[in-house]
Design a protein around this ligand. Sequence first.
Ligand code: TYD
Ligand code: MG
Length: 453
Amino acid sequence: MAKTKSFRCSACGANFTKWSGRCDGCGDWNTIVEEAPLSAGPASKSLGAKRGSALELSDLSTEEAPPPRTTSGIGELDRVLGGGLVASSAILVGGDPGIGKSTLLLQAAAEFARSGLKVMYISGEEASAQVRMRARRLGLADAPVQLAAATNLRDILTTLEEERPQLAIIDSIQTMWADNVESAPGSVSQVRAAAHELTTFAKRKGVSVILVGHVTKEGQIAGPRVVEHMVDTVLYFEGERGHQFRILRAVKNRFGPADEIGVFEMTGAGLAQVMNPSALFLSERGTPSPGSVVFAGVEGTRPVLVEFQALVAPSPHSQPRRTVVGWDGGRLAMILAVLEARCGIPFTGLDVYLNVAGGMKISEPAADLAVAAALVSAREDSALPAETVVFGEISLSGALRPAPQSENRLKEAQKLGFTAAITPSGGKALADMGLKLTQMGDLTAFVGDIFGA
Ligand code: TYD
Ligand code: MG
């Protein structure tokens, strides 16, 4: 049988049967590379292939106990994991180079070790002495973590087999290489092979593994995307350069809610937990000004208040600018279109800038109304009433839809000293939280009542 070749995009992970210069999946150039096949499909009987065993769905016990978990004591991390580290699970922690992944995981390694787990931290990027120096800087020098510096997968698997840690941290998957795969470390085939070996080892031997993956689109370095489907949990560590906040976000979790976030602050002595992110994100807020609106959001199970800032100015360009930081550009275009078509508020000839303060990324549709409020407020040069939070989804017809977890949002706003809230009408009746509640059915009524526009 002729060997079929397989190609994969190192940025988005899309699969192709032939090479091309540009990926049809993500549109990036020069990201497609040939990859070595992982396995050869079903083997013929003569080779002694084993038949897999199958079970009826009803045969499975319905009373399965929840998986055993170990908590690190770092609450922000444990919550994102779904309540602690599940035994034999495989976790990917992705993020930009320099964002703080090694720092976070060294701190996690130390805390899990102090909680009684046997932990091994394997670095392919730094010598053990450098890792030890980092640990000393973080005040973790006395933690009972085993350190190893290695990049050869065979060596690593042998070490893990002998030492049998309960948690192995691999920093980073891009530096690991399998000697049976003929391509450079960091290539898609290598990253995939190493991740496959390590995750199957984890399942078979009852070792939890945390793989660190750099997110980058440059050159031959494969993005962690190709690893995402092999692991149980995918966490991304994000933040803006120039801001001290870092956010650990679960984007996939077989053992807990996705969309959960943990908030950290970078300090000279490592990452510190932020127990009350709303207070932090709003800490730079001054007196109410046009274009600034506080959104009562929910990330996973936790309410988080953030400030949207909009600036609207006459454009010197023939094609006015639409610049967004921390929110979705497509969604902004939709809100602008609804404001124009349903409320008669055009933004033609105007540059629009929208920013989420504090380096936070928001993806909830419930932020629509806060964004619309910020845009109209900036355009009309009229500030929203002081100490007011806003939330609600906007439909293309201009109708406002109630947001999930409304009571949680209001409770958080009240806790932080806000006195009023503007929300969509309908949905579940909201309990009186001591906030002045203004409920609106559609966007036209909202801009008319609040801004007289
Ligand atoms: P590092 O953890 O090495 O990032 P990554 O592994 O994602 O590439 O962190 C980058 C640099 O930032 C490193 O020099 C240490 C420094 N740093 C701090 O000083 N304090 C902190 O809280 C963090 C997270 C990093
Ligand atoms: Mg690192």
